[in-house]
Design a binder for this molecule. Structure first.
Ligand SMILES: Cc1ncc(COP(=O)(O)O)c(C=O)c1O
Length: 449
């Protein structure tokens, strides 16, 4: 059989899938921090366009993808599904390993699937500027790419440690006409308050979100855009899983295990959610969400209402969290350095539809090298978390002599992450583990309802 399964552009999904229509449970609503009552849609209008607020709160099963957007998707979609023959041979596993290759988009990851959709709906409502945050720089570059297509100004708050470690991601954003600032900055009250407490703060996604939300809230012509976590973002990503379903069918496969890395949950959700109804109907599929040991929201956090940002400007979201004051260690998977997770995925973890696993960054980079030396592509450090888990599952299959079908989402390439590879190869990468006491401290004061 071929090692890559392509689809024609005619097979691009024509609608996004909203799993909420098929769930027996409701996603707990976002709440107003002042009253702890469910948020009214109008409260979100200052920072998001109405069409995206509607999508956020919708339970409709299918949302048609506008023709103009389908045309933009065709710049890189449909993405290939690869059979990892060479990795299988190296691992001497009877398992069949597949990966969905989202690294072929112009910015190099799954992130533009929602970036172009968000830019499109903002443009339709006359928005002139969009502010956002970025960790690894993948999301910032994806949104810059998308805004450039639709003629919108993009302002990116980039977590300072990534700004320093990833100058070339910054260049991508500049090439696509964005403004980029190392966060925390002195441009916003949020940034200034963090710098006052800790002038040498290396930043976090939570802090950068505070800055971008503040910029949108204070400027009439500016909206805010989030690259993960929210329902509409996860829904835009379902093109990934919907294509994978068609490709697996061509391969004559039915997956036993689906794996993805999780930061805020968007690539994992987009890849797995279309398969969730099968599991709810009794099919044996395991979904494994993989996170770093340094930010273990699913594996060690608690299911509570918390802010999405550090300063406390966002609504409260019910999610697995380590607490919004938690500042993650400077691991190299910048896109996974987030204190919380998506409320939709959190609900599914809570009801045990989705399992989770956590890994230290050194074994994750070892897995990345194994992948690069067999399959050839250098993965983003975030993606390498999924690879590590897929390799462990394939080894388990070898030990148990099981011919399972393992599929993982290859969320992005690591061509701009070579500094982290350099550190791994020179043996200077540190592993971080959180104690229960540390987590208890940052969770203090949060409640389940
Ligand atoms: C390549 C890659 N994979 C995964 C992630 C994690 O984000 P999410 O959980 O939203 O997919 C990121 C975030 O920046 C990323 O750049």
């Amino acid at each position: 059989m071929d090692s890559k399964i392509f689809l024609s552009e005619q097979d691009l999904p024509s609608a996004w899938y909203n799993v909420q229509a098929d769930l027996p449970w409701d996603v707990p609503p976002p709440k107003d921090p002042a009253t702890r009552q469910p948020l009214k849609p109008e409260q979100l209008y200052p920072i998001f366009p109405k069409s995206l607020v509607e999508q956020e709160l919708s339970k409709k099963k299918w949302h048609e993808i506008p023709a103009e957007l389908m045309d933009v998707y065709k710049l890189w979609r449909v993405t290939p599904l690869h059979r990892a023959y060479k990795l299988e041979r190296f691992l001497k596993t009877p398992a069949r390993i597949y990966y969905k290759n989202e690294s072929v988009s112009p910015p190099g990851s799954h992130k533009p699937n929602t970036a172009v959709a968000q830019a499109y709906f903002n443009k339709k409502e006359g928005v002139e500027r969009i502010a956002t945050e970025t960790g690894a720089g993948q999301w910032g570059s994806a949104l810059s790419f998308a805004c450039n297509i639709f003629g919108i100004k993009c302002v990116v708050y980039m977590v300072k440690i990534s700004y320093q470690q990833k100058p070339y991601r910054r260049d991508l954003m500049h090439i696509w006409n964005a403004e980029v600032y190392p966060s925390p900055t002195d441009r916003t009250e949020s940034g200034r308050s963090i710098l006052k407490e800790n002038p040498s703060s290396y930043g976090s996604l939570g802090i950068a979100i505070s800055e971008a939300v503040e910029e949108a809230a204070k400027n009439d012509n500016t909206k805010y855009s989030l690259g993960s976590v929210l329902n509409h973002v996860l829904m835009h990503q379902t093109v990934v899983g919907l294509e994978t379903q068609k490709q697996l069918k061509i391969a004559g496969e039915s997956p036993d295990v689906l794996i993805g890395c999780v930061g805020g949950g968007s690539n994992f959700a987009g890849f797995c959610l279309p398969f969730v109804p099968d599991k709810l109907k009794g099919k044996k599929i395991r979904f494994i969400a993989v996170e770093p040991t340094a930010t273990p929201s699913f594996t060690k956090g608690q299911y509570l209402y918390d802010y999405g940002d550090t300063v406390g400007l966002t609504p409260l979201l019910k999610m697995y969290t380590l607490g919004h004051k938690f500042v993650p260690a400077p691991i190299h998977a910048g896109g996974l350095r987030y204190h919380g997770n998506s409320p939709l995925l959190s609900l599914l973890v809570h009801h045990k539809v989705i399992d989770s696993a956590a890994y230290h960054q050194n074994p994750v980079f070892e897995a990345a090298l194994t992948f690069a030396r067999t399959e050839g592509i250098i993965p983003a450090p975030e993606t390498a978390h999924a690879i590590k888990c897929a390799i462990d599952e394939a080894i388990r299959c070898r030990q148990e002599n099981k011919e399972e079908c393992i599929v993982f989402n290859f969320s992005g390439h690591g061509h701009f992450d070579l500094l982290s590879y350099d550190k791994y190869l020179s043996g200077t990468l540190e592993d971080y583990e959180l104690s229960d006491q540390e987590i208890a401290k940052t969770l203090k004061g949060l409640a389940a309802d």
